[in-house]
Design a protein around this ligand. Structure first.
Ligand SMILES: Cc1ncc(COP(=O)(O)O)c(C=O)c1O
Length: 482
């Protein structure tokens, strides 16, 4: 909608703390208002004196912005006159500053993959505001950045002498193979490990390599939306399988599909642990070469109440399991590193696909991480945050039970970084999430993780990333919202 003149200053939001200077901010914001059509062609802007007064900035700042936009062809500005907009939002400016009409762009014809991708898009956890009790993350403030910085520095110094050939760095593959074997019971040679920018990249790569459009894929319901999205985009028919106390239900008598995606260590989002019996059942039902299992062990490092249950991959003697992991939870979300342990028969296909798509993680970071793991810093960090997250889980559970026991039923997970609290008495979770968000507490609706019509309503709450003082303030705020 076009903007009346008196409101122009109200649309400008300058931040004095921003590294970008005030003049550059003002220029950018006016440019966007013109390009979007909100300041239409022929519109006179306030004088530099008036706008400077309205915004509380110096007149020079405004004069700079006007001159810059005049030089770019957006404004006609002459001395002593108010500048006038000379293009409209539908026009573009060419390199010489002249307005050129934007041709009416026809709707682009997308590939089946991109069309499906758009329907399958979902909000990732790091798109939510960084506020208690945002789920899906560990506490970046606890990460030993000084040690990590030293590893990065040494890796950078060594870069000049490094072979660029192996995209999956051998030292990191070795370190990871050893860690996964000893900590998670994964049975794989280092050469089966692909290092990727995320676990999500691993899911996309697997989908691209094994799904033929029309194939059936089972996922947990409720479950991790990123997995359903990756398989849907490849043309799979995705079926949500319900959960019971042992995790994903095995549907007796039903033929198994092309692929089964599961999070057996801590089911996402409920945190349930898949029993050994159930794991074995799924493995038995999956015929080698016909049904793949994708085991996403996104936060298997964090177990609190019992000894960790080894990965399902380690039980598989027939090469049916893709094992996927990430450093987003165990280190920090912005490290952007994940990995995929491929069944032997799939390694070379996946390596070609990895290079082809360019899903190659930076050698600098891979080498730094290899050192971080080999020198024991990774395990030391895990030991420390495991204790901390365990205490935070207990603290959140106790707070919820004390202050919100009437409205919520807490499901206490045996590990992980988040928990589900179910809403009692027929309440719907979307409205609760909205109300809590307005009060400053970030949660996720359990129903938003359902495939099809949601059966359960609840809140997904993160505990690992938040200090006890933050958890206690958030719980008090939550109590005032119900
Ligand atoms: C179950 C599950 N798998 C995978 C991921 C994605 O990890 P990454 O950040 O490495 O893509 C997440 C992130 O929230 C997750 O919850």
């Amino acid at each position: 909608m076009p903007v009346s003149e008196g409101l122009i200053a109200g649309l400008i939001d300058l931040n004095r703390a921003d590294d970008e200077g005030l003049a550059a901010q003002l220029t950018g914001q006016l440019r966007r208002l013109i390009a979007s059509g909100r300041l239409g062609k022929g519109r006179a802007l306030p004088s530099s004196r008036q706008l400077a007064g309205d915004l509380g900035v110096s007149r020079n700042t405004v004069t700079y912005a006007f001159e810059q936009l005049a030089a770019e062809g957006y404004l006609a500005a002459s001395h002593g006159r108010r500048p006038v907009v000379i293009v409209d939002g539908a026009e573009r400016i060419d390199a010489a500053g002249a307005a050129i009409s934007r041709p009416r762009a026809p709707k682009p014809r997308l590939s089946p993959w991109a069309s499906k991708l758009q329907q399958a898009d979902w909000p990732m956890s790091y798109q939510a505001p960084l506020k208690p009790l945002r789920p899906g993350h560990g506490d970046a403030r606890e990460f030993p950045n000084d040690i990590w910085g030293r590893c990065l520095r040494r890796s950078a110094v060594g870069a000049a002498r490094r072979e660029l050939g192996p995209v999956n760095r051998p030292r990191l593959r070795e370190a990871l193979a050893h860690y996964l074997a000893t900590s998670r019971g994964v049975r794989a040679g280092a050469d089966q490990i692909l290092i990727l920018p995320s676990a999500q990249a691993a899911l996309t790569l697997i989908a691209a390599a094994v799904i033929t459009p029309g194939d059936e894929v089972w996922v947990e319901n409720p479950g991790y939306p990123g997995a359903a999205a990756a398989f849907r985009a490849s043309g799979a028919r995705v079926t949500g399988i319900g959960l019971d106390e042992q995790g994903m239900q095995r549907i007796a008598g039903q033929a198994t599909p092309t692929l089964i995606f599961m999070t057996p260590s801590h089911q996402h989002p409920t945190g349930r642990l898949m029993s050994l019996a159930r794991r074995t059942e799924f493995l038995r039902a999956s015929r080698p070469g016909k049904t793949w299992i994708v085991e996403d062990d996104y936060d298997g490092e964090f177990h609190y109440d019992s000894r960790p249950v080894p990965a399902l991959q380690g039980l598989d003697a027939h090469g049916r399991v893709f094992y996927v992991g990430t450093f987003s939870k165990a280190m920090t979300s912005d490290i952007r590193l994940g990995y995929l342990v491929a069944p032997p028969a799939m390694v070379s296909t996946l390596e070609i696909a990895q290079r082809h798509i360019g899903l190659i993680a930076s050698s600098h970071i891979q080498e730094a991480l290899a050192e971080f793991i080999a020198d024991g810093h990774f395990l030391a960090h895990l030991r420390r945050v495991r204790r901390l997250y365990h205490a935070r889980r207990d603290y959140l559970v106790a707070g919820l039970e004390r202050h919100l026991g009437e409205v919520l039923t807490v499901e206490v997970p045996s590990g992980g970084i988040q928990l589900v609290a179910r809403l009692k008495r027929g309440r719907t979770d979307q409205a609760a999430v909205k109300r809590l968000g307005e009060a400053g507490v970030v949660t996720r609706a359990l129903s938003s993780l359902a495939l099809g019509k949601p059966r359960d309503h609840g809140l997904l709450l993160g505990f690992a990333a938040w200090r006890e003082s933050e958890i206690s303030a958030a719980v008090r705020t939550m109590a005032s919202c119900f």
